[in-house]
Structures are given as C-alpha cells and as structure tokens.
Design a protein around this ligand. Structure first.
Ligand code: 5AD
Ligand code: SF4
Length: 503
C-alpha cells in the first residue's frame, strides 16, 4: 500500500511539476494530502507548500504578517547562501525586515574561518534571547560553517536552549523541510551532515541586487591548507555542471543581471571531478559568450592551479573584469610549505609577472596571514618583500587564528601576540601605502563604472565599481543604478575615488 502511495506521488509530481520552471510553480496548488516525495527538488517544493500552510495559520492567530531577518557573517559564499535562505522564506510567505528586533524568524548564517567570527555569534545570541522573551512566536535558527563544528553544536544544545533550529552547510538545500520540522516539533531541531555529494538545483533563491549576482560554480575545498578549517566545514570539492551554471546565468541575464561573480573556494580547480571534465578557463569562455552579460568576476583563485589557459581567456575577454584575487598567505617559501600551499615565493612572483605581462592594467589583490606558527622575523620579511615587489591594489591582512582540528593548531612555536601585533601593523602600513599610490595613478582617467547604490552618507551621490573593483562615488540619483557609465576619476582618497559623469 505504502509502495502504491509512493508510486502515486511520483506520478503526481511527474505529471504536474517535472518539466516546469521554478517560476511557474504555484506552491498553493501542491496537493498536501499526498505523502512527501522522495525526489529533490520536489521534496522541498512540497515542504514550502506545507510551511505556507502553517505560516498562514500562525498569521491568523496573531492577526498580522510575520517577518524574517537573515544575518550573514563571513564570505561571499555565505552571502550567496543567505540569498537562498531569503528565497525560501519569501516563498513560504514571510516578509523581510533588516534588523532582528521584532522579527518573527531570525537566522544567523555563520562563519568560522577565524575564532573572532565565532565569538561574535555567541554575543549576538544573548541579545536575540531578549527579543524572544518578548515574542513567543519568534523562531531562532543557526546555520553555516560554524555549525559544522561538533563542539559548537554541543555548546548551543547546552547553553543556548532557546535556539529552535540548527543545520550546517551540506544540507542547506533542505531548509524548507527543516522549517516544517521546526513548526511541527517541540524542542531544538538539529540536523548536521558530515559531507555530501548532492547538489540540488532549481530551488527558490533571491538576489540582493537586481543587476548583479553571485553564482556558485563549485562547493567545498580539497586543499587542506594547514591553518584552514574550510575543508572540514565545507566538505570535498564538488562542481556544478557547466550547463546548469550557464542556464542559471542566462535566466539571470533575462531578468536584468549584467554582472556575475562566479564563486568557489578554489575556482581554478573547477570541473576536475565532473563526469565530463571541464576547465575553469573553458567555463569562462562559455560564460563570456552569453549575450547581454557585461561583466564577469570570480573568486577565489589558488595560485597553484592558475593556468596559462586562464590568463589567455582573461586577456582576450572584454567582459572578464580586470581584477584577480590571488591569496599569498605568506611570502616565505619555508612557511608556504608548512602551510601546504604547494607553491613557492618564486613561483608566485613569476605567476604575477605572467599575469601582468598579459594584462598590464589588471588589479591584483590578496590575503595574507601574519603570525602563522613558527613565523620568524626572516619569514615575515619575505612576506614584506613580496608585498613590495607585487605592489597589491589591496590586501586583506589577517592575524593567524588557531582553529581546532587543523594541523597548524597543534604546531609548536605559536608566535607571541605582541610580536604578531607589531608585524601586523607594519604589514598593514606597507599595504595601505602601496595601495594608495597605485590608486592615485588612475586619477584623471575616464573609466567605466557600474553604479550599484545611492551613497549612504550623501544621498546626492551614487556609488559604483570600476572593472578593477575599486569604489567610485559620483553625483547622481537612483536612475543610474544598474547602469555602466563613463566616469572621470577626479580625486583619489586612498582606496576610493570621487568622479563625475562624462556624457
Ligand atoms: N587564521 C587567519 N586567517 C585565516 N584564513 C583562513 N584561515 C585562517 C586562520 N586560521 C584567511 C586566509 C584565507 C582567508 C579567506 O582567510 O587568508 O585566504
Ligand atoms: Fe582554506 Fe586553503 Fe581551501 Fe582556501 S584553499 S579554503 S585557504 S584550505
């Protein structure tokens, strides 16, 4: 009998939903008297329909619309995941609000790359508890990288019992289903997976900006740099199929998107594990041909995997932005080896030369860690040497943070905090001085700016970005948002510009 019901369910989904585009699905048409389908994404469509039903009941009980607030910590990958969470919450029927205060559903999408990211979340949870005491309907959910750590979940179970839902990075596609479980079950719902091979396509998602979007091309990381927790919390590398990526971008473009940011922890190893392997450069060439798309960005590039083929594709393209984020981490070949980065200082510098020879106007940015275990003054000077030789357009500098479970956490010779702080300050000063000198060189030129928003401080100005990712403020109004304009860079203020429209 159960078998027959499952077969009927399958028939039903095949008949009504199989080849329908997500946009054409009316969740209220879904027959909730049938059991939940096994197959994805139908299982999530069914869950959205069920959650809509519960939400309506709650709304009529309280006599008002219920609201949600998604707070994102960490990287662009998390920002994109948050857009997916927003898409589901909207499909369920919640209305968005920007702050946690008074929201009926609050979710923190967490980061754990450095210890201070974790501390921030614990601090904010205490503050959320205050709101929950005043609003009995409030649901608090936690997801993202931090939840993939066993000791974190244990702490939440014990000390933050008012949290309603906890899930991780591998099962984020199940959010709608977990939401239903939270409505139906009393007590905390916790669902953490160790890893997954699954990539579920065709789920609702949202875009923060109408004219630009992040696009995941791969998930996870296989590199195991010895300081980094990402491979443990984001799992093994999995690439999306090129046709899925291309058709998603085509849909975005049809909907007004002109810039995409291709996202992956290590985009240069894209496609290696697909059934029919494809290189990142090949993927880029295909995306480059999408009509209506104006700008293509990507991050992050691992120096060890950056191919000549990629440099060639970038140099030829008019759409691929003149910006490359190329994390250095350290300039000392000795430390790079212990970090398991699999390149040397010399290899990195040669790569930069090759990139600059092909694209003299490219902006190169980086990530640098100060105070990795065993870092000597000589090692640090090697880093300063690379900074002076490469002359980065900007650099994110981080103080090494010990992440339990990574090989570096048990290395002896952790560098004393006062030594790290002094080196960090020296590095920051050097990086900022060089970045300001580099930015100054463009002053007076007229360049294309994609206008992104009205300036927060001064509503008479709008703010946008150059192809090389630098920020430009110029007089203008809302009507310019989403347009690429010619702008004369009149004044450089360190790392951003003031400009004016050239017509
Ligand atoms: N401590 C400090 N910085 C780190 N990063 C990754 N792990 C750590 C850590 N344990 C930095 C690297 C990486 C960026 C995203 O975060 O520089 O490129
Ligand atoms: Fe972490 Fe290295 Fe993977 Fe980047 S490439 S996410 S630093 S392990």
């Amino acid at each position: 009998m159960a078998c027959q019901t499952q077969a009927q369910t399958q028939d039903y989904w095949n008949k009504y939903f199989k080849d329908r585009d997500l946009q054409q699905i009316n969740f209220d048409e879904i027959d909730l008297s049938l059991p939940m389908p096994e197959e994805e994404p139908f299982r999530q469509y069914y869950s959205i329909a069920k959650a809509r039903h519960y939400l309506r009941r709650m709304e009529s009980a309280v006599g008002r619309k219920l609201t949600f607030c998604v707070q994102t910590f960490g990287c662009q990958m998390n920002a994109r995941d948050s857009e997916k969470l927003c898409g589901i919450l909207r499909a369920v029927g919640y209305e968005e609000q920007e702050t946690e205060e008074g929201a009926d559903f609050v979710i923190y999408n967490t980061c754990t790359v450095r210890e201070n990211a974790n501390n921030k979340v614990y601090g904010r949870l205490g503050y959320l508890h205050g709101f929950k005491k005043k609003n009995p309907h409030m649901i608090i959910a936690l997801c993202g990288c931090m939840m993939q750590e066993e000791k974190v979940v244990e702490k939440i179970r014990q000390s933050y019992r008012f949290v309603d839902l906890v899930f991780g990075t591998h099962n984020i596609f199940k959010f709608a289903e977990l939401l239903v479980q939270t409505y139906e079950q009393s007590g905390m719902v916790v669902d953490i997976w160790e890893d997954t091979n699954e990539i579920v396509e065709q789920l609702p998602n949202e875009r923060k900006y109408s004219f630009k979007s992040g696009v995941n091309i791969m998930f996870g990381c296989n590199n195991f740099c010895s300081y980094c927790i990402v491979p443990y919390v984001r799992g093994r590398e999995r690439s999306r199929k090129p046709e899925e990526i291309i058709s998603e971008i085509r849909r975005f473009v049809a909907d007004g998107v002109i810039e995409v940011m291709l996202l992956g922890q290590n985009v240069n190893s894209y496609g290696k594990n697909l059934e029919e392997p494809v290189t990142f450069a090949q993927l880029l060439s295909e995306i480059d041909q999408i009509e209506g798309l104006e700008r293509i960005r990507f991050m992050t590039s691992h120096p060890k995997d950056l191919s000549d083929e990629l440099i060639e594709v970038m140099a030829k393209s008019k759409k691929i932005c003149r910006h490359l984020h190329l994390p250095l981490q350290s300039g000392s070949s000795r430390l790079l080896k212990i970090m398991n980065r699999r390149y040397t200082k010399e290899h990195y510098l040669e790569l930069v030369d090759k990139i600059r020879a092909a694209m003299p106007d490219i902006a190169i940015t980086t990530d640098i860690i100060v105070g990795f275990p065993g870092e000597t003054e000589e090692d640090f000077e090697e880093t300063m040497d690379v900074v002076r030789k490469v002359r980065y357009d900007s650099a994110f500098t981080f103080i090494y943070s010990k992440r339990t479970g990574t090989p570096a956490a048990s290395m002896e010779d952790q560098v004393p905090p006062d030594v790290v702080k002094k080196r960090f300050d020296r590095l920051l000063k050097e990086v900022q001085t060089i970045a300001a000198e580099k930015a100054e060189q463009l002053t007076g030129q007229t360049m294309e700016v994609l206008v992104e928003s009205v300036n927060r401080q001064d509503p008479g100005l709008v703010t946008g970005r150059l192809s090389n990712n630098s920020v430009v403020h110029l007089p203008g109004d809302e009507s310019l948002i989403g347009k690429i304009m010619n702008v004369k860079l009149e004044e450089c203020r360190g790392f951003y510009y003031y400009g004016k429209l050239v017509v």
